[in-house]
Structure formats: structure tokens, C-alpha cells
Ligand binder design. Structure first.
Ligand code: DGJ
Length: 732
């Protein structure tokens, strides 16, 4: 059983895989956190919390049963509240009846539910038939305001995964305002030093790994850009100083949310640590009328006692099986060619057909027509919003071009940026109030565009109808859903003054509603998320789009870092990666065709250049890569991923995939700038030590344990940016 309640001690114990999570209702009604980590046999862990008799500057409540002082400011609390004695970062703050933010939560009741309830209006992990999990629902109340908070914990039976969210319900007599409603709160009480790992970045440099000691005070990793953003990903992990890839404790928290988020980690002088994560409280407030409820996004907590690598693989499994949905979850996705870096805006149907024809001859399965196919699109200026086909470019319309591409035996995909509008459109002329804006304040442009107010039903209806009419016009198999700016002047003409700060979150809910509608109406449509590359690369988008364009930077070397960083919690199946031209358009760095292919193969694979311009030798390489990708597909998409050598710490890097059956492995090694060293050993991980593996290139056969312990000697002189892909197959 995943959830256990020990009645006499009022202790809750959640077992998730080999991890355990323990909390207790105290005699005074507070819900206290006792332990989270590697499984232990005892349930009664009350002894880990200490009472104090004398605690200056910590507001105290008297615990009459234990005849001791109890201060919420120094106890590990399960869902910390604001203004009533706990001065650390709080998970909840409600402005209620008297206009004060003071909030207090006491235990009321609980329920243990088999399975996992859905989250209203929000993407979340789900259970497949046969998956086992239990959910604990604990109801807490704030007597003063009448607000009730339900805390949800789902413990997965076979994975070290606990998901959390809360539902805040106004059962009082007056409306209240939620100022802060985090999805999770974790108190660490064991006086250990922790490092924090997070993924920072910017455009074309997404998800760079940074690991730093947690210092006293508050570390804040967040976004207030209206999207999860290029800058900080909604993922953090706390780990011991000694934790490395394959050993040590690590706690990952990833928020299934695409909007403003915050992770705050506070270290006190007594070395206790609190980590909270959820919707960013900055620029957020939510009016809750009597009887209404508010649901926070889901936080996915993964614990690993065997290092960071195991944490990542747990996330990958969970996201592939319990988050990604629909037809393309298990069906093989097409290898695509995207015309963006081949043509940018300068194309017409003939050019596209030529690109598609050349690609189809080399085995590519789908053409994606990127930005520029609609009216009034003059470069990066204009056009967004009307979504009408530019027949000066596509002379036989969309269906004409699509038929030609289909006739080549290829699928056809198309680019959209539905959330945006340009000022030279009919849409803007007719509905200037459909834009996010604040009264008469100037509407700031970015990439010459404004953002539609997706919190409004009529805007979503319009978009759904526009997209549907395009989809019904031609045989379209795929949409690249782009989003090329962040939100400014975030206000909605449809909301009253005291609800304006709801706009950010309502926007995200609106986006999810629209994506859900599309998902239901077009179950076989493959959606690829994008935001100027990987600016909205988060688990929530993965729920709607099984793959996401990882970065606008297609430079092989930079991609090593971006993809390595993304792998901390996101699977390769989600990580869209293309071979582009050399020198790379973003960095002007040259690299070989092999290296570009070897790097792009650690994801959902494709090309982004005019393959007609390649020499015969390069075309042969493309054919080989296409063949390899088909062969490797299952291993890459559903296998286990191991980070071997980090590009953030070395002049070369390496990773490997191992298939579920452990019969196959793919190892990729890329040199950055280490050209003169000719002796590299690469030690793969995750092989079956007792199986024999044959190197498909050299024909050499070794036991798995030999390969993992002695390594594979790379007898090759590598130039800068040289690389090698080794395919191992088990033999009898
Ligand atoms: C940004 C995307 O990341 C690119 O791949 C491309 O689709 C452009 N937008 C098109 O404007």
C-alpha cells in the first residue's frame, strides 16, 4: 500500500518506490513534516523533531499535551502559512475578512484514494491501466476565514515519485484573495549542507546546468515573463555535497506549469532548509468568492539515493509513460525536414517542393513549412493573427502544396504562432481589446508583435476556429506551435480591477484549454511546442506536445550542453533536435555532418537545411543517419539515458542510451577542443554486466562489465568537434 495512516500517532506514511515520505498531525492540529528520503522501516519518526523550552524570537504556541513550547517557526511544517508565527518562506498566504494576510492551517480530516484524481483545468501526470498509486487528501482549515485547503499527495508504487498539489476552497462567508499558493513545500530538518542544481539560460542557450551551495537566506529561481522561459526552468534539485551522477541523495522538484513560477529555498541559521515551489506569487492574486476553489499546478518530486542520473531516469520514465499522451506517445514520429534555416521567409511552393523532393529521396518523412506562409508576413513584421494563406507564395493554396508533398510520400506540417497578433491584421483592427494590455498604457512590442488575451473565451474560440479551418483545408499532420515573446502590460479588458492580477494565470489556463480542445478534436495531429526555441520547455507543454523545439541554436557543440542540461529531467523523446547547415547560422562555427547527426540523434530527430545543396558524400551520410535513427528509435525514445562526461566540466562529453531489454546501447562521444589527445576511454553505463556486447562498427565483443569498468578505447585522432557514435548489440 502506498499510503498508510498510523491512527494512534496520527502519522501518514507514503511509500513511493524505494522512497518514503512521513508527516504527522500534532496534538495542536498542525501538520508537521517528519521525513522524506530513502525508505526506512519505522513509521514513528516523531523523535526527529525537537521541542524547545526557551526560544527567543520564535513565536510560540503552548503544546499542553507535551507540556512544551511549539513554534511553527522552528518546526518542519508540511504546508507553511504566512503571518502567524512561521517567518520562513510560506506556501500559502490568504488575504481574508479583515484584509490581513495572516493565515493558519489546522488538520480537519483526510481520505486515502486509490489511483490519482485529475487536476481541474491543469495538465498533470496520470495513471495507465495497471499502474498502481494511491493519493492522500488531507483537509486543513483556517478557522478565521473559513478557507479550506486540501493537500494532495500521490505516491507512485513502482517509481520514486510523489506528486503534490493543493486545492483552496472558500467555505467562509466573504470573498478572499489568495496571494500565494504554492504546489509543494519541503522542510529539511537534518542539518545537512545541500547544493542546489538548476537550469538557467537565455535565448539560444537554454537549460545550462548550475550547481551551487545553498547559502543562508533565500535562493530564488523563478520566472515572471508569463512563460516558464529560456531563463530559468521550473526545475530544481537539492542534493548533498557528495552527491554525483551515480551516488548520493538528490531531491528533484519539477513544476507542471508553463507560466510564472518560483522555487524558493531558504536556509536558516539552524541549518534547516525549506524548499517551496509553485506559481510565482509576484504579480499574482486570485479572488476566491464564497464556494469557489482554486487548484495549484502539480509539482513532481523525485527522490534518488543513487545520484542525479537515477533521478533523471525516473523523470524520463514518468514523463514518457505518465505525462505524454495520445497517438504520438507510442507511435513512431516522422523524421522531419523544416525549411526555416533553409529559406527563412524567402520561399514559395516550388522551392518547398524541391526541398521536400530532395529530402524524400534521402528518406525524410515529413516536410514542415515554417513561418511565412500567411498574408501580410513581411519578414518578422506583421501577419500574425489572420492566418490566411498567402497565395502569392503558395500559388495552388495550402491544399495544392500539401497534395504535392503527400504525393512524394511525405507528411506535411505547418507553423503557427496562435497566441500572437500583429498590428497590420484584420484581427487587431476589429478587436484591439483582445490584446493583453493595461488601459491606455503603450502596448510594448517584441518581435513586432502583441500577445492575445487567452484568458478570454472568445479569443480562444477564434483561434480554434482559425486553426481548424486551416487543418480542414489540407492534409496536415503536424503543427509547430511557436511563441516568440514574453508578456508585458499584463491586463485583461475582460476582468474587473480586483481580478487583474489573475491575468497571468488565466492566460496559462486559457492556453491549456485551447490545446486540450485541439488535442481532442485532432487526436492524430503531432504538436511540436516551441518558444523561440526552448523558451517554454516544461512538463506542462509536454502533456500537449510530445516534442518541443529545444533551442534555436543548432550548433552541435552548444547543443551538447543544451541537451545535456535538458536531460536532467526531460526525456530525449521530448527534445527535438535537427541537423542544420555548417557553418552554423547562429554561431558561425563549422562542424562535420557526422557530428551534427550524432548530437541531433539524442532527441526527436530531423533536418533543417536544404539537402539539395549537399555533395554526394554528405547525402550518403544523411541516408546512413536516417537508417540509424530508425534502428535506434526505441532505444533513444524509450530506453535509459546515462550522462557520462559533462560538457560543462570537460573538453569533451559523452552520453549513452540503453534499451529497456539491455540488448542494445548507443554511445555518443563529442570532442570540444581537445584535439591533440588521442587516447580516450569511454565507460558506458547501464549495460547488463553479464551480457556480451558487440561493437557493430569494429566487430569486437566484450562483456558488459568489462565495457563499463575498463571502458572502450577510442583509437582515433579526433579533431575539434570530432565525434563518434558506437552501437553495441548483445550477442550470445
Ligand atoms: C522561432 C523558432 O524557434 C524558429 O524555429 C522558427 O520557427 C522561427 N521562430 C520562425 O519565426
Amino acid at each position: 500500500m502506498a499510503v498508510k495512516f498510523i491512527e494512534d500517532k496520527k502519522i501518514f506514511r507514503l511509500d513511493a518506490g524505494s522512497s518514503v515520505y512521513v508527516m504527522q498531525v500534532r496534538e495542536n492540529g498542525y501538520l508537521q513534516h517528519l521525513y522524506y528520503g530513502e525508505s526506512v522501516k519505522d513509521d514513528d519518526l516523531e523523535y526527529v523533531v525537537s521541542y524547545y523550552n526557551w526560544t527567543p524570537f520564535h513565536p510560540k504556541a503552548y503544546d499542553s499535551v507535551n507540556n512544551k513550547i511549539f513554534s511553527t517557526d522552528i518546526q518542519p511544517m508540511e504546508y507553511s502559512v504566512n503571518g502567524t508565527g512561521d517567518f520562513r518562506v510560506s506556501a500559502l498566504s490568504i488575504n481574508s475578512v479583515c484584509g490581513s494576510n495572516a493565515t493558519e492551517l489546522k488538520y480537519k480530516s483526510h481520505k486515502i484514494i486509490d489511483g490519482k484524481p485529475k487536476l481541474e483545468g491543469l495538465p498533470a501526470t496520470y495513471l495507465n491501466e495497471g499502474d498502481k498509486a494511491q493519493t492522500l487528501e488531507i483537509t486543513m482549515t483556517d478557522q478565521f476565514s473559513g478557507v479550506e485547503v486540501k493537500l494532495y499527495y500521490t505516491a507512485f508504487d513502482s517509481l520514486n515519485v510523489i506528486t503534490r498539489h493543493s486545492v483552496i476552497q472558500n467555505n467562509g462567508n466573504e470573498s478572499v484573495f489568495i496571494n500565494r499558493a504554492m504546489s509543494t513545500c519541503l522542510d529539511f530538518y537534518n542539518c545537512e549542507d545541500y547544493d542546489i542544481i538548476h537550469l538557467y539560460g537565455k535565448w539560444a542557450k537554454e537549460r545550462q546546468i548550475e550547481r551551487t551551495p545553498l547559502l543562508h537566506g533565500i535562493t530564488n529561481i523563478s520566472s515572471k515573463r508569463g512563460s516558464s522561459s529560456h531563463y530559468h526552468n521550473p526545475f530544481v534539485a537539492l542534493c548533498n555535497k557528495t552527491t554525483i551522477e551515480d551516488s548520493g541523495n538528490v531531491y528533484g522538484v519539477n513544476l507542471i506549469y508553463s507560466g510564472n513560477f518560483a522555487a524558493e529555498a531558504e536556509v536558516q541559521a539552524d541549518e534547516s532548509i525549506r524548499l517551496i515551489m509553485g506559481i510565482n506569487p509576484i504579480d499574482f492574486s486570485w479572488k476566491l468568492e464564497v464556494g469557489q476553489s482554486f487548484t495549484t499546478p502539480e509539482a513532481v518530486m523525485v527522490f534518488s539515493a543513487n545520484g542525479i542520473g537515477e533521478m533523471s531516469r525516473t523523470y524520463h520514465k514518468l514523463y514518457n509513460k505518465n505525462l505524454c499522451r495520445g497517438y504520438w506517445k507510442d507511435n513512431k514520429r516522422p523524421i522531419l525536414i523544416n525549411n526555416w534555416e533553409a529559406t527563412y521567409f524567402d520561399f514559395d511552393d516550388e522551392k518547398l517542393e524541391k526541398i521536400a523532393k530532395g529530402a524524400s529521396e534521402l528518406g525524410i518523412e515529413m516536410l514542415v513549412m515554417d513561418d511565412g506562409w500567411f498574408t501580410n508576413r513581411i519578414g518578422e513584421f506583421g501577419g500574425l493573427g489572420d492566418w490566411e494563406v498567402d497565395t502569392s507564395k503558395l500559388k495552388e493554396g495550402l491544399s495544392g502544396l500539401c497534395k504535392k508533398i503527400n504525393a512524394l510520400g511525405m507528411k506535411f506540417g505547418i507553423w503557427f504562432e496562435p497566441e500572437m497578433v500583429a498590428s497590420n491584421t484584420k484581427l487587431y483592427a476589429e478587436h484591439p481589446d483582445w490584446i493583453l494590455h493595461v488601459g491606455n498604457r503603450t502596448r510594448n512590442l517584441d518581435r513586432n508583435q502583441m500577445v492575445l488575451d487567452l484568458s478570454r473565451n472568445e479569443v480562444r474560440d477564434y483561434l480554434f476556429q482559425k486553426i481548424s479551418s486551416i487543418l480542414s483545408n489540407a492534409n496536415i499532420s503536424y503543427i509547430k506551435w511557436d511563441f516568440n515573446r514574453n508578456l508585458t502590460e499584463v491586463g485583461s479588458a475582460a476582468l474587473p480591477r480586483d481580478r487583474q492580477l489573475e491575468t497571468f494565470h488565466r492566460y496559462v489556463l486559457g492556453l491549456y484549454e485551447l490545446l486540450e480542445r485541439l488535442h481532442n478534436a485532432y487526436p492524430k495531429l503531432l504538436l511540436e511546442g516551441c518558444s523561440g526555441g526552448g523558451g517554454r520547455f516544461d512538463p506542462a507543454m509536454l502533456y500537449y506536445s510530445p516534442q518541443i523545439w529545444t533551442s534555436d541554436n543548432t550548433d552541435a557543440l552548444d547543443r551538447c550542453k543544451i541537451q545535456y542540461g535538458s536531460s536532467l529531467c526531460y526525456p530525449a523523446s521530448m527534445t527535438s533536435a535537427h541537423v542544420s547547415a555548417s557553418p552554423c547560422h547562429q554561431t558561425h562555427r563549422a562542424s562535420s555532418f557526422e557530428t551534427r547527426g550524432n548530437v541531433a540523434m539524442a532527441g526527436s530527430f530531423g533536418y533543417e537545411l536544404d539537402l539539395n545543396l549537399l555533395c554526394e558524400e554528405e547525402k550518403e551520410i544523411v541516408k546512413k543517419q536516417v537508417k540509424q535513427y530508425h534502428e535506434f528509435y526505441n532505444c533513444i525514445h524509450y530506453g535509459d539515458y546515462y550522462r557520462l562526461v559533462s560538457p560543462f566540466e570537460n573538453n569533451y562529453c559523452a552520453w549513452n542510451f540503453v534499451s529497456e531489454s539491455k540488448d542494445e546501447a548507443i554511445i555518443v562521444f563529442v570532442v570540444n577542443r581537445d584535439g591533440i589527445c588521442s587516447r580516450y576511454f569511454i565507460k558506458p553505463k547501464g549495460l547488463d554486466p553479464n551480457k556480451k556486447y558487440k561493437d557493430e562498427e569494429t566487430g569486437k565483443v566484450y562483456y558488459g562489465d568489462t565495457l563499463m569498468r575498463c571502458g572502450i578505447k577510442l583509437n582515433k585522432q579526433f579533431n575539434d568537434l570530432g565525434s563518434i557514435l558506437i552501437h553495441l548489440k548483445s550477442v550470445d
